[in-house]
Design a protein around this ligand. Structure first.
Ligand SMILES: *[C@@H]1O[C@H](CO)[C@@H](O)[C@H](O)[C@H]1NC(C)=O
Ligand SMILES: *[C@@H]1O[C@H](CO)[C@@H](O)[C@H](O)[C@H]1NC(C)=O
Ligand SMILES: *[C@@H]1O[C@H](CO)[C@@H](O)[C@H](O)[C@H]1NC(C)=O
Ligand SMILES: *[C@@H]1O[C@H](CO)[C@@H](O)[C@H](O)[C@H]1NC(C)=O
Ligand SMILES: CC(=O)N[C@H]1CO[C@H](CO)[C@@H](O)[C@@H]1O
Length: 292
């Protein structure tokens, strides 16, 4: 017994509807997982060895994992399955800042996110090579202390601790760069604009200045031996203030004026007394005359 044609038609329609529905559901699932996009514009941002890799674009329903290797080494994964577009790699480069590193950013579906062994279809981009010692930017230096005594101005620059490590301890900028790190002091009289400069490959300046004058100054770090990233930003400006000297002078003047005033008062008082006494005396002398 065969089904009449008029009965078969709705069944066909149901099948079509089912297929359409299935297709729609599959499309939804694919959407939720997203389509990984290859990362681009991978950029190293590094200051005093604090080092972050940045890239684009913001992921939509997929994730990134970052891997880093030194010239010698294996790939090491960092920042597993993240939806950010940056990864802090300081810990990896801090152990040896003289090495050259390469990083890559993998774009992965969340369910594959631990499949970083390049089975299947890896989607990744390489970063530019990065050598922290040569490429990290110098941070803004800080003036630790300064003192002006007579014709000498003593300025001490803080030796910044970095995140770089050697022998298991954290290294300062000076530890890492040694004599290849210099500081330049730009200084000028507070009342004038002409700037002078002095350079040292220690953290201390001792310069000749004019006695009794106030000075303003700033410092800038530099690594002349490096091709790039040579100069730091300038420190904030500091000024000496010879307030104490000025105060002492003012104090002396005030004391002198007070002493003079007191002297004048005492003098005039005693003169007055003198005159009165004289007047009385002359009165006494003249009274007999008056009586007479
Ligand atoms: C990559 O970054 C550089 C500098 O930030 C920018 O000039 C360039 O337009 C970027 N490229 C893309 C494709 O966004
Ligand atoms: C300059 O100041 C620093 C810190 O106060 C001090 O250690 C140093 O001995 C001073 N240098 C001179 C030459 O006075
Ligand atoms: C690390 O320690 C060794 C031996 O103790 C020493 O020779 C070397 O100079 C140290 N390195 C640093 C960067 O401090
Ligand atoms: C200083 O720079 C020179 C030339 O680049 C290099 O040979 C030397 O090893 C550097 N010294 C330190 C302490 O980094
Ligand atoms: C999703 C998942 O399994 N993540 C793991 C991938 O592997 C790293 C270390 O190998 C783990 O820390 C994650 O939890």
């Amino acid at each position: 017994m065969t089904t009449p044609a008029w009965l078969r038609l709705p069944r066909l329609e149901t099948a079509v509807a089912r297929t359409l529905l299935l297709g729609w559901v599959l499309a939804r699932v694919a959407d939720a997982e997203g389509t990984p996009v290859k990362a681009y514009n991978l950029t190293w941002k590094s200051t005093n060895f604090k080092t972050i890799l940045e890239w684009k674009p913001k992921p939509i329903n997929y994730v990134y994992t970052v891997q880093i290797s030194s010239a010698l080494g294996d790939w090491k994964s960092k920042c597993f399955s993240i939806t950010d577009t940056e990864c802090d790699l300081t810990d990896e480069i801090a152990q040896d800042v003289y090495q050259t590193y390469l990083a890559r950013v993998l774009s992965l579906l969340p369910k594959n996110s631990n499949n970083t062994g390049f089975v299947g279809d890896p989607l990744y981009s390489n970063s530019p090579e990065f050598t922290p010692y040569l490429e990290t930017q110098l941070g803004q230096p800080k003036i630790q202390s300064f003192k002006q005594v007579g014709t000498k101005l003593n300025v001490t620059v803080q030796d910044t601790q970095t995140l770089a490590r050697g022998n298991g301890t954290s290294l300062s900028l000076r530890d890492v760069f040694g004599k290849n790190l210099s500081y330049t002091l730009y200084y000028w009289r507070a009342s004038a604009t002409g700037k002078k400069a002095a350079t040292t490959n220690t953290n201390e300046f001792l310069i000749d200045v004019d006695k009794g004058q106030d000075y303003c100054f700033l410092v800038q770090a530099e690594t002349p031996s490096r091709k790039a990233s040579k100069k730091s930003p300038e420190s904030i400006i500091q000024c000496t203030r010879q307030e104490k000297g000025v105060f002492r002078q003012m104090f002396l003047i005030v004391v002198a004026v007070v002493l003079i005033i007191m002297f004048v008062i005492i003098l005039s008082l005693s003169l007055h007394k003198c005159r009165k006494a004289k007047a009385r005396q002359s009165g006494k002398e003249s009274s007999p005359l008056n009586i007479a």
